[in-house]
Design a protein around this ligand. Sequence first.
Ligand code: PLP
Length: 414
Amino acid sequence: MDHFVLKQHETYCEDVPLARIAQEFGTPTYVYSRATLWRHGQRLLDAFASYPTLPCYAVKANSNLSLLREIFAMGFGADIVSLGELERSLKAGADPQKLVYSGVGKRRDEIEAALRRDIYAFNLESFAEVELISSVARELGKVARVSLRVNPNIDAKTNPKITTGLFSTKFGVVEEEARAMAERIRQSPQLSLVGVGCHIGSQILDLKPMAEAARRLADFAKGLQALGHELAFIDMGGGLGIRYNTEQPPEPEQYAEALLSAIRPTGLRLLIEPGRVLVGNVGILLTRVIARKQTPEKSFLIVDGAMNDLIRPSMYDSFHDICPVAEHTADLEKMDIVGPICETGDYFGKDRSLPASLHAGDLVYIRSAGAYGAAMASHYNSRPRAPEILVDGAQMKVIRRRETLDDLWALELN
Ligand SMILES: Cc1ncc(COP(=O)(O)O)c(C=O)c1O
């Protein structure tokens, strides 16, 4: 459920008409609903309330400082993958003891910064990382808490570009190697093994692979404990899918049960790293029609948003619902909704049924743009990045201003 609804023939975000946002801040613009964010966050927290769980929000999904502040205020920690995400999270008030650092290629300077900040744990993804973190910790005179990211070779049954739990991907290590890493960690006074984990993919709609991965990790953790390793947690990553179109994603309670039925008997703390499920349906991309165009084969609706603002349709072929802001009564017509960028791949939707009466100046909005929207935006075609507006009831706040032309080349001037 979200708070983008049609009231008296026009679409609102909570109590603010989208048309007013467009009028005040221009288009394209990301619009987020605070009530939706809190609802999604609270549902997730409630689902895991019966068991010691640390939810670490995957900052990569949307890293806006104001959204991070809200998420940390709900009690979430963060899953970070870069120095930028570390510093962003701390700026937004994250508790360092609720930060886990993931990623297959952490640089020495990134490890050093995270160690200085005394984060909760590093998720290790290779033998080389054991040596690297151990050496950085030695230089700093610190002990690094580390966790082993296992690759369980389980197919998450999602888009291949966001499948991360198979041996054909770069992520994690096989169990045998993870056990050898655990032995090496035991010998290093600079390292303390505190957990094991995995992350098998994103936009997962079938809980079976998740449940299977949880069972495998629970068994793996028990094996390490039998060898005398004192673990504190199992990190099951993120990945829960959301509804973009007609998908029926699992409810948070079903997700919790799928994980907890395997993790509960271990008694270990559970970590999860939700991203999309928290923020995906919190945001939309508001855009204005520039022109209608007809070719011998197709009808196009050209809008002022583009693939640089929301790359998911071009990159993953993913579906985003597209709706007119004002109610139209005209018959529907099939059209492609495209941006102004010089690529045929610059589209938001193909063969969509939208009102035939849509014309230049009308507003349309692209749903489910809260996750991997602004976070993946670029300047491609020298387009300044769109602003982000947070709506709270009848209030609206600019949480990232629109970039200016000067912003485009500011870093290129001597
Ligand atoms: C290690 C890790 N954790 C969490 C996530 C978040 O995934 P999602 O947004 O699907 O919840 C990702 C996404 O790629 C990830 O790589």
